[in-house]
Design a protein around this ligand. Structure first.
Ligand SMILES: Nc1ncnc2c1ncn2[C@@H]1O[C@H](COP(=O)(O)OP(=O)(O)O)[C@@H](O)[C@H]1O
Ligand SMILES: [Mg+2]
Length: 225
């Protein structure tokens, strides 16, 4: 399995009939194991929609969407769950739970791995927070952390389950230049160490240099696959 994500002739519209609005138009894109692909493009061009389809979070499209050798189009809920379990998500807003510490936010992700004990989950989460440079902030809650630190917690949360894929939607949008570059540099280092494929949507041109490949989505069409 070298192609982790393999999308062919994907078409997706919001609405139907007279109000049908095509958002993705014949999108074809493959991502290999360990590859870091950045998708750029203007606001409204369909980037988030594409990410949610590949992540198994959105249905009702036409075309072939193969993820981790499984066909997502028309798949059962079981297939989607299996793909979601092997995918780490990072969003523009960090989406951390306010009432929980960094350590608890990260270890919570591991609860779906029911073969692990509580101790193992906490140890693995602590090791991942250490890897993103937050070993001295593990017991802080999100509001006690800076924006860059929060985004590093969300990177740790996305990677702690050793996913095969990371899907990131504008992860640096709320960060200053330096914090943004630091966050994606950490993400890249950890992903390369574990062979994780990354699809990162951004219109932050300051981070394009972390990519193995940059593709542009414009008005639902891939300009340079
Ligand atoms: N839930 C929705 N219902 C209807 N239209 C939507 C919905 N979500 C997004 N859209 C429209 O689909 C287009 C693509 O949106 P999106 O994928 O969020 O673009 P991007 O992430 O590139 O900014 C936009 O025109 C947006 O207004
Ligand atoms: Mg978006």
């Amino acid at each position: 399995m070298s192609k982790i994500i393999d999308v062919h002739h994907l078409n997706f519209s919001f609405g139907s009939g007279e109000i049908e609005r095509p958002v993705l138009k014949d999108v074809t894109l493959s991502i290999e194991k360990g590859e870091i692909v950045l998708m750029t493009g203007p606001s409204g061009s369909g980037k988030t929609t594409f990410l949610t389809i590949v992540g198994g979070l959105r249905q009702a499209y036409h075309g072939s969407v193969q993820v981790l050798d499984q066909q997502l189009a028309g798949s059962t809920e079981q297939v989607k769950i299996s793909i979601r379990q092997q995918t780490g998500y990072i969003f523009q807003q960090h989406n951390l739970l306010k009432a929980l510490t960094a350590l608890q936010n990260v270890s919570m992700t591991l609860e779906m791995h029911d073969t692990m004990t509580e101790r193992q989950r906490l140890d693995q989460a602590a090791a991942m927070l250490d890897a993103v440079g937050l070993s001295d902030r593990m017991h802080y809650k999100p509001e006690q952390l800076s924006g860059g630190q929060r985004q590093r917690v969300s990177i740790a949360r996305a990677l702690v389950g050793k996913p095969k894929i990371v899907l990131a939607d504008e992860p640096t949008a709320s960060l200053d230049k330096q914090s943004g570059q630091e966050a994606v540099a950490i993400l890249k280092k950890l992903a390369k160490e574990s062979g994780t494929a990354i699809l990162l949507v951004t219109h932050d041109y300051r981070i394009l240099d972390i990519a193995d490949r940059v593709v542009e989505l414009e008005d639902g069409i891939i300009r340079n696959g």
